[in-house]
Design a protein around this ligand. Structure first.
Ligand code: G6Q
Length: 545
């Protein structure tokens, strides 16, 4: 069990509190005073450059970060997680997505049983099935190969494969197209069904519980569509497979459990892309590619467990996040990938982070009196520059941001890449430096603007700067480096949740949503009325009509 400790009682936390008050030098001054700043505050490890020098910290803050990680016992917590302890206390489960990418020979025990043979068996099942489908040996009911794969799932059973498939498009087979249906809004499935045909489509029904209303509704509609458009009951097995932990539910739905890819209760939904939930990824890039993805994550698992704090990428990301959230009042954190293939990355970690650390009850069951998980948001650059960056540059909130880029691009339009990279670098520089009143005035005078106008407009054109950023540069977005990157964020989330003294691996807020809708649904369908407030009641009656 992870220890229960109030962060404010840690000495390092108290020292950081003081440090945040007296060391207010701006980033610009810090860089001016210390020409070695970049060399002190970056990590270059295994194809990833992590530059955290553009952050509000000096050498004292940096040592306090390390002191905090040490005093809190983060090293031990990581061990507890990776060795299969039941750290998800409210659900009485281990948290072992790291086992899904355990490429070492080390066994990992849950309730006295090594989970690795099961993990390896699932790899074998994924490899065999994906080889058959990718090669065309797996045929649809009219003897044609599979050309479309439709993943039906939501939340953790959707966002992971969706994000990875997008990120690794350059590695994708050209034989198949991949589609995702998540929303119970029929429009989602309807639009996909317009693009596919029953003879060549494989539906993957992905649901850990196999009870989720949205997924079951979409799966049933997809099955009806299949049967109404030429498929027979006996053909379902060639066109529907399931990824789940619930064999009974799968059988009841009518999918042959031979065609079921299992995983375990110790895999959280939002951490499940490494399991059979990654099936669309395996079909897309092949099992070898998937293993590279796992390899990258495994390397990061070792890195977080072993690297010294001053060069430990996830640990540094975590304490920097705590620094801004708890000591500088930052309500949100932006993830800004300068890579179009990573266009779902921010959305993916919006769930990963907010569902994990959006909690106000600590590990002792008490309400916390300090902020926990920030709002996570973001979009790829450069698009965001023409939209919400305004608020990052000149808004009233401090928004620490992660800029993610790749040194080498994965397309042939080579001229574009230096432009993209120039924008990424220029933004981090501008956010850090800002533009002073004097600079603005000189610029305006040089442009021949009248003194009167300079006086009037100059204040609006001033940028305070001093906006912190991390820059994360991968050699390229390939399966290995993507695996590292995703795992780095996962570990960051865990370390933050651990220090905040909350349980990062349950999601009672999500469970609530799953139950609430059922009551209202029954009422909308003429079921007995429940006691509601006037607004809820009026809405129900309005939609009933
Ligand atoms: C993830 C959450 C949630 C979950 C979905 C789908 O950590 O628990 O996003 O993944 O609600 O659940 P099923 O996979 O059980 O359908």
């Amino acid at each position: 069990m992870l220890k229960n400790q109030k962060p404010q009682e840690l000495k390092a936390w108290q020292k950081l509190q003081k440090n945040s008050i007296y060391d207010k030098r701006t980033l610009k001054i810090r860089f001016y005073e210390d020409s070695e700043r970049f060399s002190k505050y970056h990590v270059n490890w295994d194809g990833i450059l992590f530059d955290f020098s553009k952050n509000h910290m000096g050498s004292e803050t940096f040592s306090l970060f390390q002191e905090l990680l040490e005093e809190a016992g983060v090293r031990e917590a990581i061990m507890q997680q990776q060795s299969g302890e039941k750290i998800n206390v409210t659900e009485d489960r281990a948290v072992l997505h790291t086992a899904l990418r355990n490429m070492s020979d080390k066994p990992i025990f849950v309730d006295g049983k090594d989970v690795m043979p099961g993990v390896k068996a699932s790899w074998a099942q994924l490899a065999t099935f994906s080889n058959e489908v990718r090669s065309g040996a797996w045929k649809g009911y009219t003897g044609k190969r599979i050309k479309h794969v439709v993943n039906i799932g939501i939340g953790g059973s959707d966002l992971g494969p969706r994000m990875v498939i997008n990120a690794l498009k350059p590695f994708q087979t050209e034989e198949m197209t991949f589609h995702f249906v998540a929303n119970v809004d029929g429009a989602d499935l309807h639009e996909i069904l317009k693009k596919v045909d029953p003879e060549t489509t494989l539906f993957i029904v992905a649901s850990k519980t196999f009870t989720t209303q949205e997924t079951m509704t979409n799966a049933n509609s997809a099955k009806s569509w299949f049967l109404e458009n030429g498929g027979q009951d006996a053909d379902v097995a060639r066109h529907f497979v399931a990824v789940s932990t619930n064999a009974d539910g799968v059988a009841e739905f009518g999918i042959d459990t031979e065609n079921m890819f299992g995983f375990w209760d110790w895999v959280g939904g939002r951490y499940s892309v490494w399991s059979s939930i990654g099936l669309p990824v395996v079909l897309s890039i092949g099992f070898q590619g998937f293993q590279e993805f796992l390899n990258g994550a495994h390397a990061m698992d070792n890195h977080v467990a072993e690297a010294d704090w001053n060069e430990n990428i996830p640990a540094l990301m975590a304490v920097l996040g705590i620094w801004y959230r708890n000591f500088q009042n930052a309500p949100s954190h932006a993830i800004l990938p300068y890579d179009q293939y990573l266009d779902k990355f921010a959305a993916y970690f919006q769930q990963g982070d907010m569902e994990s650390n959006g909690k106000y009850v600590d590990r002792a069951g008490n309400r916390v009196n300090y902020p926990t998980g920030p709002i996570i948001w973001g979009e790829p650059g450069t698009n965001g520059q023409h939209a919400f960056y305004q608020l990052i540059h000149q808004g009233t909130d401090l928004i620490p941001s992660d800029f993610i880029a790749a040194k080498n691009c994965q397309h042939s339009l080579r001229d574009h890449h230096p432009i993209l990279m120039a924008n990424f670098i220029a933004q981090t520089e501008a956010l850090m430096k800002g533009k002073s009143r004097t600079e603005v005035e000189i610029e305006m005078r040089q442009a021949g603007i009248s003194e009167n106008e300079v006086d009037k407009i100059a204040p609006y054109r001033v940028f305070e700067g001093n906006r912190p950023t991390n820059s994360i540069v991968l050699d390229e977005v390939n399966p290995y480096h993507l695996g590292q990157l995703v795992a780095a964020y996962e570990h960051k989330i865990f370390i933050q949740g651990f220090i905040w003294n909350i349980f990062s691996y349950d999601q009672w807020g999500v469970e609530l949503g799953k139950v609430l809708a059922k009551t209202v649904f029954n009422e909308l369908n003429g079921g007995p009325a429940h006691d509601h407030d006037s607004s809820t009641l009026a809405l129900i009656n309005y939609l009933k009509k």
